[in-house]
Design a protein around this ligand. Structure first.
Ligand SMILES: Nc1ncnc2c1ncn2[C@@H]1O[C@H](COP(=O)(O)OP(=O)(O)OP(=O)(O)O)[C@@H](O)[C@H]1O
Ligand SMILES: [Mg+2]
Length: 256
């Protein structure tokens, strides 16, 4: 399964992405974990050791190489005219732990312009490549969906939108839904995080009548940022996430 994870800032995207990747790895499925958020937190949540994270080469460094491979100039808007085979380049950038292959987007915003276009083009090139491999893939996104071009969006199996039961997180869901539709993504599910009552779950479902609520996660006070499953070992996080994974796969099987 190939899933992109989106949602408002702080709702739990990285926690969910990391947890699902760890569960996939435990099933010996060797997933790809793609950290598309320039803050690069996914590696920590996955429990990768610091020495590996210190040495990780961000995908933003790959741009020149990709441009050369594509026979175009990365300086010209960072777009690549061809769709080069980049498998060998990717192998040079991934770091592996727990049977998870992590790729990180890296720091962006060259020249203070705020434009992430070249980096997004790089990421799209890589995603285009990886979505055609057999391995599972999870992408931890920023709130917007600018990383996903049309081609890539249609190649992922779907978008998991994380929300919490508060108004500001909920307001973001239809916006993401619209953006996703605009780039041709049709399969989307909402996952409620930090949901502590039926009433809160109902509030989520009522505010997104057009979308299925895949399930909910509770509040797990022991979660730590540097390995989702270490602090949460005494909680239900893992079993709750396992249920979410099962439901997600059932949905995907139903679509097949
Ligand atoms: N269900 C939960 N129970 C307790 N703590 C949680 C839960 N979900 C997430 N957290 C904590 O909340 C914080 C934000 O979660 P996380 O980093 O996963 O969100 P995010 O959506 O990736 O944020 P950002 O938009 O900044 O990337 C983290 O410290 C995480 O450990
Ligand atoms: Mg995050």
């Amino acid at each position: 399964m190939k899933i992109a994870v989106a949602g408002k800032g702080g709702v739990g995207k990285t926690t969910v992405t990391a947890g699902l990747c760890r569960l996939l790895a435990e099933q010996n499925r060797g997933p790809w974990a793609i950290d598309a958020d320039p803050n690069n937190c996914l590696g920590y949540a996955l429990g990768f050791p610091q020495y590996l994270l210190d040495d990780v080469k961000p995908l933003s460094d790959m741009r020149q190489m990709l441009a050369e491979r594509a026979g175009s100039n990365a300086g010209q808007g960072g777009m690549f005219s061809l769709n080069p085979d980049v498998t060998d380049i990717i192998a040079d950038y991934e770091i592996n732990y727990y049977d998870i292959s992590l790729l990180v987007m890296g720091i962006v915003d060259e020249g203070g312009t705020g434009c992430m276009c070249p980096e997004n083009a790089t990421l799209r090139t890589i995603l285009r490549e990886l979505v055609h491999t057999e391995r599972d893939l999870m992408v931890d996104m920023v709130a917007g969906l600018e990383h996903l071009g049309r081609g890539t969006a249609q190649a992922v199996d779907g978008l998991l939108i994380i929300t919490q039961p508060n108004r500001s997180a909920l307001r973001t869901v239809p916006r993401i839904h619209k953006l996703a539709e605009d780039i041709g993504l049709t399969r989307m599910w909402v996952l409620g995080n930090n949901v502590n009552s039926e009433e809160e779950a109902d509030r989520i479902q009522q505010s997104i009548p057009q979308m299925p609520l895949l399930g909910t996660l509770g509040h797990y006070p022991q979660i730590q940022d540097d390995d989702v499953f270490v602090g949460a070992s005494g909680s239900n996080l893992k079993s709750d996430l396992s249920q979410i994974l099962t439901k997600l796969e059932a949905q995907l099987d139903g679509d097949a």
